[in-house]
Design a protein around this ligand. Sequence first.
Ligand SMILES: Cc1cc2nc3c(=O)[nH]c(=O)nc-3n(C[C@H](O)[C@H](O)[C@H](O)COP(=O)(O)OP(=O)(O)OC[C@H]3O[C@@H](n4cnc5c(N)ncnc54)[C@H](O)[C@@H]3O)c2cc1C
Length: 422
Amino acid sequence: MHTENLILGAGISGLGAAYALREAGRESVILEKTDCYGGLCVSFTIDGFTFDHFVHLSFAKDERVNRIFRAGSPEIVTHIPNPSNIYKGKWIKHPAQNNLYALDPVERELVIADFRKRPTEVLTPPENYEKWLRLQYGDYFAEHFPMAYTRKYWMKEACELRTEWVGNRLYQPSLEEVIAGSLQEDKRVTYYAKEMRYPQSGGYASYLKVLAENADIRYNAAVKSIDTQLKVVTDVLGNKYEYERLISSIPLPLLIKAVENVPAEVKEAALQLEATSGYHISVALKTKNIPPYLWWYIYDEDILAARVYSPSLKSSANAPEGCSSLQMEVYCKEGAYTESRLIEGTVGKLVSLGLIAEEDILFTHVGFEPFANVIFSQPVYEVRDKVRNYLKSVNIETIGRFGEWGYLWSDQSLLSGLNILV
Ligand SMILES: Cc1cc2nc3c(=O)[nH]c(=O)nc-3n(C[C@H](O)[C@H](O)[C@H](O)COP(=O)(O)OP(=O)(O)OC[C@H]3O[C@@H](n4cnc5c(N)ncnc54)[C@H](O)[C@@H]3O)c2cc1C
């Protein structure tokens, strides 16, 4: 077949590009590997319980994005973020750095002593994330909290990461705030988003409804090869699509593998683009008795999960009456753990901590995402630019989290698609 615009990937960015083209009166076809649209923003329902793929809440500011989200889901639940942490089996309000009051007194003193020892004048910016963390929080806190978490969430040591992505994601309190928070709870919302929104029903994917309406999506059509000379894409079923314009939201390393005749140095650069992958382990419960936090981080390394969120707290419509749900995130390569080890290291640990009861569990579900977060390793920007410049030279435009290869939230991924030139 022939199409004016061919879009690869029906995640929020690919759908956004198709939507922008449609509004401008142009046709497009989307090729999607799976049997549904949404990508990372997809939701699924089992026995009346709705789950997303990892925690998803919206803090979009852009009016165009919010109009699209509201059109998909007119009823929205609004939350003031109340994240928490599990550290050595105990709850600590998030961010822990200005809520040390819940720590054991000896550890509290160790954190404050190292916080005081931080240099007051910094002449050169820290060259990696570990140095940045030590400078911001002192050695004890850096080592026991964010450096431990980096191993679980980013699958890397902090010294292997760059710092540009941090932005306002980690709260940087003054010594006075640290001391005040070591005496009593810091009641302010110091999380970087002050309000979070979520569809009342249907899960996060409801936000994408109007984007997908009237979109020509070909499902189970994973891209296999791309001939940029003849301008033809072939999918795994052998179907051929001639295009005039090609827009891709699929992860850059997969795109490079599909393009024919890529120069060796570009292939080499693409091999250095790293992303986390991970399992989401969902659990349905026949009780409403779960921890009251929308999401929580786990620092303890004997628990496989890095983070837990509650779909039923995001919206009560995500679970049947009288029930609740949790989903845990474990970052690792596919197959690193068996399914029973994943359940034992997540659900089993919550049971042994007394946070949920074994007899309340209705079912568990395990899913895997091959691309979750871009890893900001040292060569990331250089190799990303090399790959994207090459793709531009063969007339492939790249959009979205894995096309721009950045730390894009869903609203930013949508804008990446909406903002293509039409
Ligand atoms: C753990 C986690 C938590 C997050 N939490 C939030 C949050 O709270 N709020 C928020 O706003 N954002 C959040 N995000 C970010 C958000 O999920 C992304 O920004 C957004 O979903 C990316 O959309 P995309 O279209 O760029 O990519 P994707 O969603 O990855 O879409 C790419 C699409 O391409 C398809 N594809 C892949 N390979 C091929 C192929 N060979 N052929 C055809 N199709 C292919 C995929 O199946 C997929 O549908 C989170 C992300 C993660 C990982």
